[in-house]
Design a protein. Sequence first.
Length: 385
Amino acid sequence: MISNFAFPTKVVFGPGAIEQVADAARSLRMKHPLLVTDPGIVKSGLLERLTEPLKNAGLRWALFDQVEGNPTEASVFPGVDMLRAEHCDSVIAMGGGSSLDAGKAIRLKATHPLPLKEYDDLKDGASLISANLPPMVAIPTTSGTGSEVGRSAVITLKSNARKTVIFSPHLIPNIAIEDPELTVGLPPHLTAATGMDAMTHNLEAYVSVGYHPMCDGIALRGVALVNKHLRTAVHEGSNRVARTEMMAASMMGAVAFQKGLGTVHSLAHPLSTVAGLHHGLTNAILLPHVMRFNMSVVLDRLVDLASALGVETDGISPHHAAEAAVAAIEKLNAEIGIPRRLSEVGVTAEMIPMMVPKAMEDGCHRSNPRPTTAQDMQDLYRAAL
């Protein structure tokens, strides 16, 4: 069954939704889109699930398939050049968060002339981004980032050597096509890492500062869905129910974190640039440590999260319930094969002095419920090492 709804953008959701991509393109008056993806999507054959409906509808396209795992300018500017050279009028991005973020950045640079660093959210770059952007359709092939309904693109820039968040409501794709069938072939380790990215988005959003009851409700439900279905998605990759619910949880995480994220993400971003690690994997390893760090100031919220994680909280103290929430995340990590420590994935103590300043520069910790100093960042890295 296919459902159509808008929150915050139009979403076409359900198994087989990819078949509606040509209708989506026509509704946005696309004549010649640029397809943005990565080499793995092409090699896997998934790209054909996109191009076949376009071909049947008589639509022409150009293909940019060189998006990196952690996108830099090399995933953006050649795509912009191709968009202009081929006279493309729109963007259809397909893949994980990297491809979707690269598609957003290509779309931005098609009409905005300033260097990407000028659109940095930490510099109030959103004020420089207008609605004058070519239309975009986003098609995720993982259940993790939720970038298809998100307002930001995360690109590593040479000018500051860190993951830079480019943020604006104008960057939200016009239509998201959410087809869980596209995630069925995702390997277990990537299913686990991307799934814990979705968990972290929902959980960090729920404890982040600020008042947003709608995001809070979505975040709690997202946590519950990941806890219920991620194990099955990892160990029974062809289970359509688990794949569908994980795609929903991923989308919900991206909607929820418009409220804010936290210190997990500020710690994780430098691990991509310095250690070359998968973002979701680092989130998963760091999450229990930051939950304990935050416990003293968000005890009541961790009790709520314990319930969402399946903990029976009746008759136990708030502190024990909060500890049980942390233990539930650690148990989930173990059961889906996430390494317990950063040292198990190649991180060394010598990297920490390089990462702490980058973590402090990252804006995500500004909405963490407990203010986080450079010493705190260092202590958390060492605790997770």
